[in-house]
Write a protein that binds this ligand. Structure first.
Ligand code: TMP
Length: 205
């Protein structure tokens, strides 16, 4: 099966930019590759995302939030990720289940083993082949965000986002072969080159 590559990191780390850049580079090299994102990527997922990110006026419990992210993920797996891998595409996903461990686990304090069980359920056990973690101090990342349009997660205190960051670093320490940690304060092009080089080795170009 072709590689399944995920991008992770806190707010303002630049992962969406880097996921798009990798997709562009692979496509330029005539490597079949598709790009998607979480939460969302399907009709159901985009509707769930609207509630999770933009309806700050509607209370959502921590467990409810976890279940909504999981529902969105399972739909994306069935509708997009599995079929695209089976067709021979490299699949690049902007956020995946490590976001749930970092945000709902380390951030909200929900039980990590429970989240892992739900992650297995929502993904059918598929794991990313390779995960880029763009690491940035929470305050630097938040300062990069557009202040005019702040979502429910960006409204959380800096300490929440710092817990998320430490959570990501712990996840990367637990699986050093899967994760590549990159300093997100490096220039964009330098970050893109590091990722491209690692992916080149992964797919034996
Ligand atoms: P973003 O990818 O545009 O930053 O927005 C997604 C937000 O949702 C971000 O704040 C992280 C959060 N999130 C979770 O809390 N858990 C998850 O499982 C996922 C995929 C995202």
């Amino acid at each position: 099966m072709p590689p399944f590559i995920t991008f992770e990191g806190g707010e303002g780390c630049g992962k969406s930019y880097q996921a798009r850049a990798l997709h562009r580079r692979l496509t330029k090299q005539s490597i079949p590759a598709v790009l998607t994102h979480e939460p969302g990527g399907t009709t159901l997922g985009e509707n769930i995302t609207r509630w999770l990110k933009w309806r700050g006026d509607v209370p959502i419990s921590a467990v409810g939030e976890l279940l909504l992210f999981s529902a969105s993920r399972n739909q994306l797996m069935e509708e997009f990720i599995i079929p695209k891998l089976n067709e021979g595409n490299v699949v690049i996903c902007d956020r995946f289940y490590d976001s749930t461990l970092a945000y709902q686990g380390y951030g909200r304090g929900l039980d990590l083993d429970l989240i892992k069980t739900l992650n297995t359920l929502s993904t059918g056990g598929l794991k990313p082949s390779f995960t880029v973690l763009l690491d940035i101090p929470a305050s630097d990342g938040l300062a990069r965000k557009n202040k005019k349009r702040i979502d429910r997660f960006e409204k959380e205190a800096v300490v929440f986002h710092e817990q998320v960051r430490q959570g990501y670093l712990q996840l990367a320490r637990n699986e050093p072969r899967r994760f590549l940690i990159i300093d997100a304060l490096l220039p964009k092009n330098a970050v893109a080159d590091i990722i491209q080089e690692r992916v080149r080795r992964l797919i034996n170009l």
